[in-house]
Write a protein that binds this ligand. Structure first.
Ligand SMILES: O=C(O)CCC(=O)C(=O)O
Ligand SMILES: [Fe+2]
Length: 287
């Protein structure tokens, strides 16, 4: 009888997918505390509450709207060889699901990166690394929306370090620093991670899941909810995905910027840079 209930999970592990477990409300004042460093090293991610006040996040949202208008007006469809991912709202108005090199495009994003706490993050978690403002995809602004005209609604399981392999480089320590421009409660989908997978081998990075194509919730995943102004850091080798929003249209909007902290050879991007190999893979996914 119970088996016929529509929402009954097929197995106990299904109960565990797509859920939040409370994580400490860390704050980043000047330097990271030993406890924060420990948390990051053990789990492969960390979340700082109110890295900046909500009002500052709202200013960055305004900057995103201005940048969108400007890029639409100019008909820009790629920056430094990296394609923009376009979307269309139900009223027909265009926007971008993904804008690379945002800090080179709008002064507010450039100003955001001048916060001295980014250097503290580098010094304590990845000494000798740098903000890759004009490398790889630079500061990326993701704007996930769930509506028929959206191409960028969610992202399948992946590790960001796979990009090292795509650039024919050995995966190395690489931190992805995410900043929430808007709130990210469960209903808008959002970041899901497999904690502790940052210590995996290259073989396991290549085989645990099928990069980007696998969108299934995982019993061991953890949802990271954020509010506008929060900052997250994840190790580039950790398995993660972006879940689809449960709601649609404006209510589903989730804006987050990602900043790469990297070491290794400096390969600056410029107007004539070729489109990276992994973007051809993205085409198979309909982006
Ligand atoms: O939606 C997120 O917070 C994660 C996005 C992401 O993993 C990526 O852009 O590589
Ligand atoms: Fe990612």
């Amino acid at each position: 009888m119970l088996d016929q209930l529509p929402n009954r999970p097929a197995s106990p592990s299904d109960l565990r997918a797509n859920r939040v477990i409370s994580i400490p409300d860390f704050h980043l004042e000047g330097q990271l505390t030993p406890e924060q460093i420990d948390f990051f090293e053990v789990y492969g991610f960390i979340r700082f509450k109110q890295f900046v006040p909500r009002e500052r996040a709202n200013e960055l949202y305004q900057a995103l709207l201005e940048l969108t208008d400007e890029l639409v007006k100019k008909g820009v469809d790629q920056i430094n060889g990296v394609p923009l991912i376009k979307g269309k709202r139900d009223d027909g108005s265009p926007y971008f699901g993904r804008i690379p090199f945002a800090s080179l495009q709008h002064p507010e994003f450039a100003k955001f990166l001048r916060d001295p706490r980014f250097q503290a993050i580098i010094d304590q978690l990845a000494p000798g690394s740098r903000l890759g403002e004009d490398e790889r995809d630079g500061l990326v602004v993701n704007r996930f929306r769930n509506e028929p005209g959206a191409k960028y609604k969610n992202l399948g399981w992946h590790t960001d370090s796979l990009r090292d392999l795509a650039y024919f480089e050995k995966p190395r320590r690489y931190l992805n620093v995410g900043f929430s421009i808007t709130d990210s409660p469960m209903k808008v989908g959002g970041l899901r991670v497999l904690p502790c997978t940052h210590n995996q081998s290259i073989a396991s990075m290549l085989t645990t899941k099928i990069h980007f194509f696998d969108m299934e919730p995982d019993p061991n995943e953890l949802a990271i909810e954020t509010e506008a102004g929060d900052l997250t850091i994840h190790d580039g080798r950790i398995w993660h995905r972006t879940a689809l929003a449960e709601v649609t249209g404006d209510a589903s909007e989730r804006c987050v910027t990602y900043l790469p902290i990297m070491d290794g050879p400096v390969i600056k991007k410029h107007e004539k840079s070729p489109t990276p190999v992994y973007f051809h893979l993205k085409k198979f996914l309909g982006y």
